[in-house]
Design a protein around this ligand. Structure first.
Ligand SMILES: *Cc1c(COP(=O)(O)O)cnc(C)c1O
Length: 380
């Protein structure tokens, strides 16, 4: 088809063609690609849990004793006792009455938003919300307004003007943003949720396991658990495994079981994955040192970056440095690769034009020495 060839050529011409880079294994903050070892700054495995021996053991044990697949969707015969045990643990972790597992964070957002909201409703979403949130909104048919990133004043202007024209309203944001590494003004947004009678969903994909006293996220840290109607999370990032979930009231859980199509029409996650998720929630509880070390690494790296000739943004473990042009960003990324550092360029349309960046994901596994050497390599 002509469209496909044209698309690929256009992407190539503007240095925007994305490709896959297979790796053979990961270990202690390193990955192996084509037999070369790189310090990995591109993973979401912030605590190194994807290779934690206890989680691997729990996962293999479940595969050996129960099997490789759940054999059906949850509503048929795919609802293992393990799924329910994980849901109880996830609810407790998020301090909500109930939780429901989805097959990924992507499927959680798409399924939940489109199940609850429809074309009589209005949705206010942060300009930088994740693609899965946007896709869920599109599928819902609701009217969408995107407020300027982390700008609660702009959100209020939109609410004041538009809220009353629609039946139900949803305000949705992430807590830690994946491309800017910053944190949403959740207290201000919660105030507006009440003032304008809106439903409030917060996606804690990049915050879970890291922030808050119990590692449950920013909502816990800012004491807003009761203000948020649904907290979305994923087991695929700091929890080192796979799968998504919603933490919510019991009624919302029952509603979703009966109406979220991405929940209903997909085979349930396999026993090995569910067991790994249970083990990783246990480790978040018993090994707080992992997240403390991560946060120390973050402040160490961010303080080193004060001297480099590029702008650094955000305040979290996601550390973007803005390079600007696509070509320049790609060149710097290949320079880092030559030196043994894996940090990929993030380009439009993922980020705005002329805001191409290198994004460093800091993890517990990085040593101070690696972080220091990386900053030195950035001076070119
Ligand atoms: C990664 C991410 C998701 C998707 O989660 P998966 O479990 O990887 O599908 C959803 N929302 C946000 C904000 C994310 O960063």
């Amino acid at each position: 088809m002509e469209r496909i060839g044209k698309f690929l050529q256009a992407r190539k011409d503007s240095n925007l063609l994305r490709k896959l880079n297979p790796y053979s294994k990961s270990e202690n903050g390193y990955i192996y690609i084509n037999n070369k070892k790189y310090a990995d700054f591109s993973s979401n495995d912030y605590l190194g849990l994807a290779t934690h021996p206890k989680i691997i053991q729990a996962s293999s044990y479940a595969a050996q004793n129960i099997g490789t697949g759940a054999r059906a969707s949850r509503l048929l015969s795919g609802s293992l006792e393990l799924h329910h045990k994980l849901e109880e643990k996830a609810a407790e972790f998020k301090q909500k009455p109930a939780a429901l597992i989805f097959n990924s964070g992507y499927q959680a957002n798409v399924g939940i938003i489109s199940a609850i909201f429809n074309k009589e409703d209005v949705i206010f979403a942060d300009k930088l919300c994740h693609a899965s949130i946007i896709d869920g909104i599109k599928l819902s048919g609701s009217k969408l307004f995107r407020y300027r990133h982390n700008d609660s004043e702009h959100l209020e202007i939109l609410l004041k003007k538009e809220r009353a024209k629609y039946k139900e309203a949803l305000i949705i944001t992430e807590s830690v943003f994946s491309m800017d590494g910053d944190i949403a003004p959740l207290t201000d947004i919660a105030f507006l949720k009440n003032k304008y009678n809106a439903f409030f969903i917060v996606d804690e994909a990049h915050a879970t396991g890291i922030y808050g006293k119990n590692g449950s996220g920013i909502i816990e840290e800012q004491k807003l658990i009761d203000q948020v109607d649904i907290i979305i999370g994923t087991f695929g990032k700091a929890l080192g495994s796979f799968g998504g979930y919603a933490a919510c009231s019991k009624d919302i859980r029952d509603f979703l079981i009966n109406s979220a199509r991405s929940f209903i029409y997909s085979t349930a996650l396999p026993p090995s994955t569910i067991s790994a998720n249970i083990a990783s929630l246990d480790i978040i509880k018993t090994e707080p040192k992992l997240r403390q070390t991560l946060l120390e690494n973050v402040s160490f790296f961010r303080s080193l970056l004060k001297n480099i000739p590029y702008e650094t943004i955000g305040i979290t473990q996601i550390v973007p440095i803005i390079i600007g042009q696509n070509k320049k960003t790609i060149n710097l990324s290949s320079h880092l690769q030559d030196q043994g550092y894996w940090a990929l360029p993030i380009r439009p349309p993922t980020v705005p034009e002329n805001k191409a960046r290198l994004r460093f994901s800091i993890t517990t596994c990085h040593t101070k020495e690696t972080l220091k050497k990386l900053t030195e390599v950035l001076y070119v």
